[in-house]
Write a protein that binds this ligand. Structure first.
Ligand SMILES: Nc1ncnc2c1ncn2[C@@H]1O[C@H](COP(=O)(O)OP(=O)(O)OP(=O)(O)O)[C@@H](O)[C@H]1O
Ligand SMILES: O=C(O)[C@H](O)COP(=O)(O)O
Length: 401
């Protein structure tokens, strides 16, 4: 899907010499020695930063990192400076704060095309409270606002929402636009047949997504820990598998809803069971209707993989959220890996494949197939909320999205 060729409606004359407050989601994982272990979100933010630099803007880059309570050195954005500088081809200047005199001074001396990285906006509790005075202080350093922080767009925080009250225009960056194109655009107007694959641990966290997708898809494939609640609702023995007893009726009603809407609902027909929840557990494959006492289902079996794969071959658009099994344990990763491979395979044949954030993205990356999908979302919670049909406050606040 083609990205817009300019950020919002902004042209060179709007941007040359202007200070742009660019909110990105640079919330990347760091190890104990402050080394970045996955720079996907930094790389995903580069096109918008480069575009603004290229148009002669002074880029004031803001982000959160982690969930600090007050100023916490381990959540500083400083470790990101070398990687950002390398990717952007400039020396990124780092501020010790995100508001205040030093920030104003650094911004004032920033050359056209320069980049100033502000310190973690969550070092102030006012950020998450969406405090208007704090938002105004953030805004006071810039002339206009670009939001590229898709991963944080479901949060109505000062740097994602409040700041737009003080900076006009407020527009979406390339990444934000691309995420919306896929997660809203492709889902609203899919090429058919349209299939959704929903997995993950619990039905309760995916009810909204399943209900919303049932109104749109032709095929719904379920996997992961949530399926045992569906099996139990159908009267199957599920052993020690994960079950949400209070969601049995809901599972039955979702099955009925699928039927009434003419959605073809596929549950796995065979299961890889384990004697305990551990990487080195004993395992065997059993029919889904015959999980033995004392065993728990941790992955989908080979027959299910075959059926799911054949079904996916018939589709034109697929959205995937949530792993098929406990993919963190090698022994129970086969179902998730097979789905990732199948999606890579059909993407090459022209099917639009969208991976909706969180653990499914981690699984696709683990399988080394991230660049083989049509779209991999950089937002976990944000993509889930979009798939539930919710509006994101960080998007709603913009002029152009
Ligand atoms: N059969 C199972 N039993 C227990 N846990 C399972 C099972 N299958 C998958 N899981 C676990 O579900 C977790 C992912 O569930 P989750 O609902 O968080 O998925 P997600 O939507 O992809 O991620 P996120 O919530 O981060 O967006 C994984 O850690 C995986 O190990
Ligand atoms: O990692 C994420 O999902 C985003 O950066 C948002 O972070 P949060 O869940 O701490 O708001």
């Amino acid at each position: 899907m083609a990205s817009k060729r300019s950020v919002g409606t902004l042209t060179e004359s709007d941007l040359k010499g202007k200070k742009v407050f660019l909110r990105a989601d640079l919330n990347v994982p760091l190890d104990d020695s402050q080394k970045i272990t996955d720079d996907t979100r930094i790389r995903a933010s580069v096109p918008t930063i480069k575009f603004l630099m290229g148009k002669g803007a002074k880029v004031i880059l803001a982000s959160h990192l982690g969930r600090p309570k007050g100023v916490t050195p381990k959540y500083s954005l400083k470790p990101l400076v070398p990687r950002l500088s390398e990717l952007l081809g400039v020396d990124v200047v780092m501020a010790n704060d995100c508001i205040g005199e030093e920030v104003q001074k650094l911004a004032a001396t920033l050359p056209d095309g320069g980049v100033l990285l502000l310190e973690n906006v969550r070092f102030y509790k006012e950020e998450e409270k969406n405090d208007p005075e704090f938002a105004n202080k953030l805004a006071s350093v810039a002339d206009l606002y670009v939001n590229d922080a898709f991963g944080t767009a479901h949060r109505a925080h000062a740097s994602t929402e409040g700041v737009t009250k003080y900076l006009r225009p407020s527009v979406a960056g390339f990444l934000m636009q691309k995420e919306l194109d896929y997660l809203v655009g492709a889902v609203a107007n899919p090429k058919k047949p349209f299939a959704a694959i929903v997995g993950g641990s619990k039905v309760s966290t995916k009810i909204g997504v399943i209900e919303s997708l049932l109104a749109k898809v032709d095929i719904l494939i379920l996997g992961g820990g949530m399926i045992y609640t569906f099996y139990k609702a159908q009267g199957y023995a599920v052993g020690k598998s994960l079950v949400e007893e209070d969601k049995l009726e809901l599972a039955t009603s979702l099955i009925e809803k699928a039927k009434s809407k003419g959605v073809s609902l596929l549950l796995p027909t065979d299961i890889v069971v384990a004697d305990k929840f551990a990487a080195d557990a004993e395992s065997k494959t059993v029919p889904a209707s015959a999980i033995p006492d004392g065993w728990m289902g941790l992955d989908i079996g080979p027959d299910s993989i075959k059926t799911f794969s054949e079904t996916l071959d018939t589709t034109k658009t697929v959205i995937w959220n949530g792993p098929m099994g406990v993919f963190e344990f090698e022994k129970f990763a086969a179902g998730t890996d097979a789905i990732a491979k199948k999606l890579a395979d059909i993407t090459a044949k022209g099917v639009t494949t969208i991976i909706g954030g969180g653990d499914s993205v981690a699984a696709v990356e683990k399988a080394g197939l991230a660049d083989k999908m049509s779209h991999i979302s950089t937002g976990g919670g944000a993509s889930l909320e979009l798939l539930e049909g919710k509006t994101l406050p960080g998007v709603l606040a913009l002029n152009d999205a």
